[in-house]
Structure formats: C-alpha cells, structure tokens
Design a protein around this ligand. Structure first.
Ligand SMILES: [Zn+2]
Length: 240
C-alpha cells in the first residue's frame, strides 16, 4: 500500500520514499506526492531521483490495477527502455512532481467546484488536465457563458478558504445531497470519506488536489458551452 501524502497536503511537491515494487506498470513507492488519475483529474508527472543520482522521468501516475492500495509511477518510455537506469526494489528515491502541471490541475479542479456552485445540477462527467477542464451537467436549460464567467470571477475574487475533512459513511448516508456527481460515487468500504469544502460556496466528497484559497484559481474562464445531448450541457474551462 502506498501512503498518499497528497491527500492531506496537496502543496507537497516532493518526498523521500522507498521503492517497494517494480513491474510492467511502473514503479510502486511506499509513499508518494504523485496524484494518480482518478475522479476526473489527470495523474501527475515528474521525476524520481535514484540513490546514484539517476533521474527517471515519470510520464503519468495510476492506481495499481492488481496491488490494492498501491500507486504506480509510469516511467517515460526512454527511461523504461533504459532499464530505469538500474533502479531496484529497496532503493531510496526522491519523488518530485512536475509543479507547473500539478498547479494547473489544482487551479482547474478548484474551479470545477466553483462551477458546481454556480450550476445547481448533478454532474455526470468530469475531466481535468493541465490544458483545460470540462464538466458535464445533467440539465436541459441553456447556460450563458458571460454570466458564468462573471460568477466565476466573483468567487475567485472573494478569496474563500478551501479545506478538506473526513466524514464517516454514516454521515454521508445521512446527507445524500452531498453527492453532486452522478458518474463518480465516493469510494466506499474505507470507513471514511474525504469531503472538500469551499467556505460558504461548495461542499462535496472529493479526493482530488485543490488550491488552498479560491484566489489562487486566478484567471480561469469558461471557453465553451456545448449541448452534448438532450440532457447534458458540457462546460469547458481554460486559462484566460
Ligand atoms: Zn475536488
């Protein structure tokens, strides 16, 4: 199992760790700051620095398909072909994420929560990358780009604190309105669920990485609104 340092502190950019497994999916560490693809948010990229100073570029991060609770760091093809430069199980590494890419994910991800506050309809799809974010809302009404951008700018300018806490599954069951997403249900069976709160704006289960204050979202705007189906409106966000 990989200790998920990014869940408690999304501002961590690097950590020391030990290699616990290497297989055809990538490199598994005992702890990591790398966020694995999930909840619509893309996985982190970055590098692992090995004990001999060798750098292994990491192209993506995924939840391991067979090792329960493990996160696998997917090496860049050239480094995989180079035998990971001799990296072996048991080695100590320094794990460093690509800061610009993660920063973009955090800004966009937090902006999607602001959109949820502006559009009070269930979400049935979500994708967050370093270039754009898109959110699909289950609704039939038309959306207006200008008024959404006005609303976003206002929520960013009001500089609300962004924080998380853990609640029990019983607490979640008692508050079904907390679940905004129709496509992604919060993970069950772990006994506790992570809830993201933007003070006075939004509250919902979420395991992703976010900025600490809405002011850090900065200049994010709605670039496109599409009618994906009779029941779905897609909102695309980009950097202004
Ligand atoms: Zn979130």
């Amino acid at each position: 199992m990989t200790e998920e340092l990014f869940r408690e502190d999304a501002s961590l950019l690097a950590c020391d760790a030990r290699v616990v497994a290497i297989d055809d999916t990538g490199i598994v560490l005992d702890r990591t700051v790398f966020y694995p693809l999930g909840g619509g948010q893309a996985g982190d990229a970055g590098l692992l620095r090995g004990p001999n100073g060798q750098d292994i570029l990491i192209a993506d991060t995924r939840k391991h398909k067979t090792l329960t609770g493990a996160i696998t760091h997917v090496p860049a093809e050239a480094d995989r072909l180079a035998g990971l430069h001799g990296l072996a199980v048991g080695d100590r590494v320094q794990a460093c994420i690509d800061v610009d890419r993660r920063r973009a994910h955090m800004r966009f991800h937090t902006a999607t929560h602001l959109l949820c506050a502006l559009i009070p309809h269930p979400v049935d799809g979500c994708s967050i990358t370093a270039q754009h974010a898109r959110l699909d809302f289950h609704m039939t009404d038309a959306l207006d780009k200008d008024s959404l951008n006005e609303g976003l700018a206002k929520l960013v300018a009001q500089a609300s604190a962004v924080s998380h806490r853990w609640i029990s599954e019983a607490e979640l069951d008692a508050n079904p309105g907390l679940v905004r997403s129709m496509s992604v249900q919060p993970p069950r069976g772990l006994g506790r669920i992570r809830v993201l709160e933007i003070a006075g704006v939004d509250l919902q289960p979420c395991g992703g990485t976010h900025v600490a204050n809405t002011a850090e979202v900065g200049a994010v705007v709605v670039t496109k609104i599409e009618k994906k189906s009779a029941q779905t409106r897609r909102v695309v966000l980009g950097f202004a």
